[in-house]
Write a protein that binds this ligand. Sequence first.
Ligand code: GDP
Ligand code: MG
Length: 177
Amino acid sequence: AAAFDEDCDLLFKAVLIGDSGVGKSNLLSRFAKDEFRVDSKPTIGVEFAYRNIKVGDKLIKAQIWDTAGQERFRAITSSYYRGALGALVVYDITRRSSYESVKKWLWELREFGKEDMVVILVGNKCDLSLSRQVEEEEGKGFAETEGLCFMETSALQNVNVEEAFLQMITKIHDVTT
Ligand code: GDP
Ligand code: MG
C-alpha cells in the first residue's frame, strides 16, 4: 500500500473532499505552508502538497491531494481516490447543507476508495461560532456512528489544523505498519 521514496521511509497519499467553499484549500495551505510547495495545475485538475512528518522513528512523506474545484460539478473521478490511504471529509459548520453532503461524500469514498481508508470528519470555520448551523455534538455523534475521527477546525485562526492532519497521518502509519 504505502510506497517508498529515497528521502523518506514511507509515502502516503491522502485526499481532501467536501462541498465547494468549506475551506479545503485553505486547510491544506495552512498545513502545508513553510515546508513545501503547493503544485498548482488547474489544467490537470488537481493540486497537491507534500509534507514530511516524523512518526515514531519513521520519516513519512504525506502527499495531500486537493480538488481544483471539480467538486462543484460533482466531477471528482476515481483516479483522485486511487491509492489514497486517508481522507479528510470537510464541512462548514456555518452551512448546514455542506454537513448534509457528508453522507454523499462518504458514499463516494466507499465506492472509489480503499476499504480500510482512515477518514477524519472535519467541521471547519469554528471561528464563526455565531453563525453556527451544526452543533459540535452533532458532528461528533455522527462521526461516532460512522466510526470516524472528528475535529472542528479553523483554517483562518489555525485551530486544530495541524492536529487533524497529524491524526490522520498517525492513524495511517498505525494501520499500515
Ligand atoms: P474550498 O472550496 O473547500 O477549497 O474552500 P476554500 O479554502 O477556497 O475556502 C472558501 C472560503 O471560505 C474562502 O473565502 C475562505 O477564505 C473561507 N474560509 C476557509 N476556511 C475558513 C475558516 O476556517 N474560517 C473562516 N471564517 N473562513 C474560512
Ligand atoms: Mg478548493
